[in-house]
Design a protein around this ligand. Structure first.
Ligand code: SAM
Length: 316
């Protein structure tokens, strides 16, 4: 005799599904931790920064940005990410005559944005994730920009590109993943033409701070493929750039316009709000908890825009 009521049976099935989901999530986290590969992490992440499902296609307008945004003058996630890409594009002085290398381009949002808003002549994107390269290539083709934009699979620290072939080399919130960032500086220097410009949006430690060990941050960084060797402050960042040969180095801390807004956005996403419906009021977002979130999870607390030149120091 079966004495299980339909209600009990369905709640049993429900709890099994919940357990299976959690188990597969635990399995995924373990796999990510063991491989410590950003390619695997971003493939698992899929088309949405919070794993809400693989709903995007090359042709639709779902936002595929994967950065923290610059929360000033726009309250949407997409707008904040565009703001950050615009800021990076301005610092890089992108224009139509330049050949630009974009390292770690996600799903290619920024390249489409720069092609359309800065009229950049040619952008080559390099990304360690074959999944993202395939998807970005389809989007570029769909946008009819295949003559100006191209994407290849590759590692930032071993670029399969000719010496002195680019006027600009950019890494928009990706250099913290490069193993190591200072090896990337040497590669970027090699592929840049003389007087070419290197620009990064990146995450580091506040000036004067030294890395402090946290088991949780070490675990999280390893899981997303972010080497502990990349955790240092602006002075060390500048020293490593100089060591690679760069000059005219400027490092601007924009943390207050990044972390608080992004924290509010992701908190609301985790509560179940859909991305397109969220409006963040950056002026009331909590600054301390914004920075605290990144310090806790990744052991960094400063979001910077960095520029440097391949060439002789210009005296001011
Ligand atoms: C946080 S996402 C940023 C994506 C994009 N720039 C944006 O703003 O939306 C980091 C990107 O860096 C890429 N990446 C990580 N390590 C890399 C490496 N060693 N070489 C090239 N790309 C890498 C990842 O695959 C991912 O696309």
């Amino acid at each position: 005799m079966n004495d299980v009521t339909p209600d009990a049976r369905s709640s049993g099935i429900l709890s099994m599904i919940v357990k299976a989901t959690n188990l597969s999530m635990v399995g995924r986290v373990i796999r990510q931790f063991l491989s410590s590969s950003p390619a695997l992490y971003y493939e698992d992440l899929g088309y949405d920064i919070l794993e809400s499902g693989k709903t995007a296609s090359a042709g639709n307008s779902v936002t595929l940005w994967q950065n923290c945004g610059y929360w000033q003058g726009d309250s949407t996630y997409e707008g904040a990410c565009e703001n950050l890409a615009r800021k990076v594009g301005e610092v890089a002085t992108l224009d139509e005559s330049e050949a630009t290398l974009d390292v770690g381009f996600g799903f290619g949002e920024q390249d489409l944005f720069w092609a359309q808003n800065f009229k950049v002549g040619r952008i080559v994107g390099v990304n360690i994730s074959p999944f993202q390269v395939e998807f970005a290539t389809a989007r570029i083709r769909h946008a009819g920009l295949g003559d100006r934009l191209s994407c290849i699979v590759g590692d930032a620290v071993q670029l399969d590109l000719a010496d002195e072939s680019f006027d600009r080399v950019i890494a928009l919130q990706s250099a913290m993943h490069f193993n190591t960032r200072s090896d990337y500086f040497r590669e970027a220097y090699r592929v840049l033409k003389p007087n070419g410009r290197l620009v990064m949006a990146d995450m580091i430690l506040k000036s004067g701070k030294r890395p402090r060990f946290s088991l949780w941050a070490a675990f999280t960084r390893r899981r997303v493929g972010w080497s502990g060797k990349n955790v240092y402050d602006a002075a060390e960042y500048e020293r490593l750039l100089r060591e690679a040969g760069f000059s005219n180095i400027e490092i601007e801390d924009i943390s207050d316009n990044v972390f608080p807004g992004m924290r509010e956005y992701i908190t609301r996403r985790y509560r179940g709000e859909v991305s397109s419906g969220i409006r963040v009021n950056a002026s009331t977002a909590d600054r301390a908890s914004g920075v605290g979130l990144w310090r806790f999870h990744y052991g960094v607390d400063s979001y910077v825009i960095v520029r440097a030149t391949k060439g002789a120091q210009i005296e001011h």
